[in-house]
Design a protein around this ligand. Sequence first.
Ligand code: BES
Ligand code: MN
Ligand code: ZN
Length: 498
Amino acid sequence: MEIKAVPGRIETYTTDAIIINLFEGVELGGAAGAVDAVLNGAVRELIQNGDFTGKNGQIAVLYPRTLMVAKRVILVGLGQQDKFNVDTVRRASASAILKARDLKANHVASVIQGAGAGGLSIEIAAQAVTEGSLLALYNYRGQKSDEKPEDFPKTLDLLILDEQDTRAADGIKAGMAIAAGVRVARDLVNLPPNFCNPAYMASVASEMALTVGLKFMALDKAQMETLKMGALLGVAQGSDTPPRFIILEHNADRTDLPTVVLVGKGVTFDTGGYDIKTADGMGTMKGDMAGGAAVIGAMGAIAGLNIPLHVVGLVPAADNMISGHAYRPQEVLTASNGVTIEITNTDAEGRLLLADALVYASRYQPKAVVDIATLTGACVTALGAGVAAGLFSTDDQLRDKLMSAGTETAEKLWPLPLFPEYEKSIESNTADIKNSGGARSGVGSAAIFLKHFVSYPAWAHIDMAGMMFDAVDNPYVPKGATGYGVRLLTEFVKRWAE
Ligand code: BES
Ligand code: MN
Ligand code: ZN
């Protein structure tokens, strides 16, 4: 769907559907008031009859007959005014555009939701409408062989008053860059593991790099051997599909800019290895590269927004499989910083990939490093599937910026502690540390494991294990891959640059 800012007035705009909104329990005014006047009180009548209260996401469709040139009016509820925020706009825009799709409306026009009584700036509101609309219409068809149905709607016009005013167009542009990044991530996570392997992830990153203007590199197995990435290679060796170490760089040639590194776990399928998962546990493991997908998508958005920072995205990508050459429990691996790791559970593979990637990050002398990974089932148990990701940080400023980015994007984070006591759980008799803290340990011992590979002042770890598929109650996140992390990381980097 194409979105653009167009000068025009709702009451006189020719379109298949016009989108307006209403807060709960608030006097009719603004665009809804204007439409109500033209329609001889039709909106007021809906409210008076109790058919429309303005509850968040509620939808009503009105037919103007000859009173307006628009074929339909889609009225969407914004909920209570004191609970309003930018995510209300994404949600309302999503609900409204999905209704327009159901009605097979080709051309749709909308007020810039949230810019009126909501009090948001035109740019922020237009960005939120763009994000909510495009993300809601995402539709993964996978390998379905039936004919693809026609897309509705084709265009969305956001109505502005003054042709010279570029604020809405700027917001739309930003929203489109972000939605494109989310789309890349969702496609990668949705794709089955026989399609999305490490080489495929690298090819998607490389193509995206060409489109948006990023520096791209992918290390192969031989290069990883030269770098002595023994932890990553230990995991990868069980699979016939070779690993890749994907590197994307924004503003690669700007030595004047401070550096932020984003690291994403890219396990393209996690069987658990010899410590094999149950059938149920393996059921979502094509999504075990969701952290890596989020980093690739975010790098695309960061380039699209041209954020003034040197940003590096690292994605160690490998399968965790079983075979005659797979790694076994009790083996000892040596990571690229020389730390030796006793394998006590081959299913704790993500932290091994991240270990070598976190070591690699130090070569950029970064001001901050953030990793994101579907790391532990314990994090899902703690925070709930589809609700929030866990956040660990060695630095208060970094934690604060990530938390506020989480609030702004409604990609929720919840802070968890890096208590030194967790070290006890990964003490080994035969190596420096072991890779699993055992049955009773979980999200914290995984985080403290990662800290052994960190050599910079500000590091944060996001455990998004519960967030790869099926967001709870969100109209702009359709069933399947959420694309969680793309908007969060992009907003974080934007805030870090300020
Ligand atoms: N990829 C899994 C974590 C996971 C579980 C993600 C459920 C999404 C949903 C990770 O590699 C894993 O297997 N972790 C183990 C670690 C344990 C063996 C120490 C876990 O959480 O059970
Ligand atoms: Mn695992
Ligand atoms: Zn895993």
